[in-house]
Design a protein around this ligand. Structure first.
Ligand SMILES: Cc1cc2c(cc1C)N(C[C@H](O)[C@H](O)[C@H](O)COP(=O)(O)OP(=O)(O)OC[C@H]1O[C@@H](n3cnc4c(N)ncnc43)[C@H](O)[C@@H]1O)c1[nH]c(=O)[nH]c(=O)c1N2
Ligand SMILES: O=C(O)Cc1ccc(O)cc1
Length: 497
């Protein structure tokens, strides 16, 4: 089938409704439920963009007479990567970068994993090709299935936060962490939970191994990779309290449209058919899967493009605040805005460096360079809270003294129009801008963004440790050693020789 329209995405959700629970109730239809319909429409809007003549050639590509989303493209050249980067950026711009888990994030995960068939086939238990139990083939076919249907995926990597001092096998119940209960002719039965799945308003859930599995043994029931529909029998998504309170977009410009939700995922003896199993029991393969297949780098490429969009939006809001309240002549204000500029330029440079430094991996996939992407994923979580603070410092009371649309239209409307106007804008324009600044940084939606930026790609402490471990520091140690050993300056040829 190939690229879907928004309408087709919504029809898919109605046909196969994800098993969502919000506020103690089952969401029967995520496309009409008051707490999920707006995000469902926003995702539909992303799919529709694929058919917008202005965006079609960026967001889709043609293969064998069919058009597919560009995030399914297997990059073979740096140009392919740049093209895909433009796609990530365009989808991110749609929400000003405030939806992190647009479907392209997991599409590139699948693409990289699908090309690494040999990686999954090393796993003991991977059967003959055509048997339905060949894990590499399963991975490839699953990618094709998702690409053909242009499906929307959510994913969950981490176990419940019961006791981080213990291994999954040491918990009060062996199936608190998601584990395999038994095998059957049809597949494996899994039980337990995973902590976080952003964007559960999705067609499928991907359970992928993460680098965080701590088990002493080589084999573990907790090591696995698979995918099932979000309405598979026994799968339940417990959503967090929604930020979309049904308010007008003028009042909650982001939360009313882009609350991508986060859910706790329960697997109550779920049957995973063999053809949906990609990896089983092997702790080492599980722990290295993201790194060795290259998937994490493609996802980090999506991330860096999305963070460029987000930083551009923050810069736009910061400067708009300055323009609106006329504070641009103060040096410290200029310095504050320049911090957004520096961050933006760093992120843009890291994207270019990752694309320029790309090289084919062992599976022939043009893979963005690791160094700049590791730098981006370690840098942005540190700078993001600072950017939030700067918006608050620039906007000050304006970011909280914001009568609503109803207030503006109510009995005090005339007074609001008079007293809350700006030097260069009406009260309505000014309040719309400040409401956006508030929703970015201060509302419950904005506060969740702050937490998201710190954690969505892993624990910042362990990410920094991982960078420390993999980064080749030796040449620099060597250079310093050579410098220290040099007792006199090398003598050049004398000028008069
Ligand atoms: C808003 C949002 C959205 C998402 C996600 C998070 C958030 C906040 N995540 C989860 C994300 O992957 C996860 O938060 C990070 O990997 C960190 O893991 P924990 O939250 O379990 O912290 P964890 O419980 O591991 O850490 C808590 C504290 O203990 C410390 N700590 C724990 N173990 C440690 C160790 N071994 N060494 C050193 N310090 C240790 C940490 O440094 C931290 O301070 C997610 N995931 C996912 O799979 N799919 C998703 O869609 C999302 N979405
Ligand atoms: O676990 C990892 O190795 C990388 C990773 C982190 C977050 C995520 O969403 C996907 C992959």
């Amino acid at each position: 089938m190939g690229a879907r329209t928004g309408q087709q995405f919504l029809e898919g959700l109605r046909r196969n409704p994800p098993t969502l629970y919000i506020d103690g109730e089952r969401v029967e239809d995520a496309t009409t439920h008051p707490k999920t319909r707006n995000i469902a429409r926003s995702i539909a809007g992303l799919y529709d963009l694929q058919f917008d003549p202005q965006w079609r050639d960026v967001l889709t590509f043609e293969e064998n007479g069919e058009r597919y989303g560009t995030s399914f493209l297997v990059p073979r050249s740096k140009d392919d990567l740049r093209r895909r980067g433009d796609m990530h950026k365009a989808w991110a711009d749609y929400s000003l970068g405030f939806m992190g888990r647009t479907p392209d994030y997991l599409n590139v995960n699948l693409m990289a994993a699908a090309l690494a068939t040999d990686y999954f086939n090393q796993c003991e238990g991977s059967g003959e090709e055509g048997s339905g139990r060949n894990f590499g083939e399963n991975m490839r076919r699953y990618y094709e299935f998702v690409r053909e249907g242009d499906l929307c995926l959510t994913h969950a990597l981490t176990n419940p936060q019961v006791n981080r001092a213990k291994m999954a096998s040491e918990m009060p119940d062996p199936y608190i962490a998601l584990g395999v209960v038994r095998e059957t002719e049809e597949g494996v039965i899994v039980r337990g939970a995973r902590m976080m799945a952003t964007l559960p308003i999705a067609d499928e859930i991907l359970i992928f191994p993460s680098t965080v599995l701590k088990e002493n043994a080589d084999k573990s029931q907790y090591a696995m990779a698979f995918a099932v529909p979000t309405n598979a029998p026994g799968v339940y998504f417990q959503c967090r309290e929604p930020f979309d309170q049904g308010r007008d977009v003028e009042d909650h410009p982001l939360a009313s449209r882009f609350d991508e939700q986060d859910a706790f995922v329960i697997f109550d003896d779920v049957l995973v058919p063999w053809e949906r199993v990609f990896l089983l029991y092997d702790v080492k393969l599980a722990n290295q899967a993201y790194g060795r297949t290259g998937a994490v780098l493609h996802m980090a490429h999506q991330v860096v493009c999305g963070k460029i969009a987000k930083t551009e939006a923050l810069l736009g809001v910061a400067q708009s605040i300055v323009n609106t309240i006329g504070s641009g002549q103060f040096q410290h204000v200029q310095q504050k805005v320049s911090e957004f500029i520096v961050t933006l330029e760093i992120m843009k440079a890291l994207r270019v460096a990752a694309e320029e430094g790309a090289a084919p991996n062992e599976y022939g996939v043009m893979t963005p360079a690791r160094g700049p992407l590791d730098a981006a994923r370690n840098y942005y979580p540190q700078v993001y809270p600072k950017l939030n603070e700067l918006i608050q410092l620039l906007g000050a009371s304006g970011i909280i003294m914001m009568p609503t649309k109803a207030d503006r239209e109510g009995p005090l409307g005339a007074q609001i129009a008079k007293y809350l106007q700006a030097g260069n804008a009406s009260a309505e324009e000014r309040l719309k801008l400040f409401r956006l600044a508030w929703d970015m940084t201060l509302s419950s939606f904005g506060a969740r963004q702050n937490l998201y930026e710190k954690h969505f790609f892993g624990d910042p402490v362990r990410m920094a440790s991982a960078l420390y471990e993999v980064y080749n520091k030796e040449p620099y140690v060597e250079r310093v050693q050579q410098f220290l050993a040099r007792r006199s300056e090398p003598q050049g040829v004398a000028a008069d020789d």
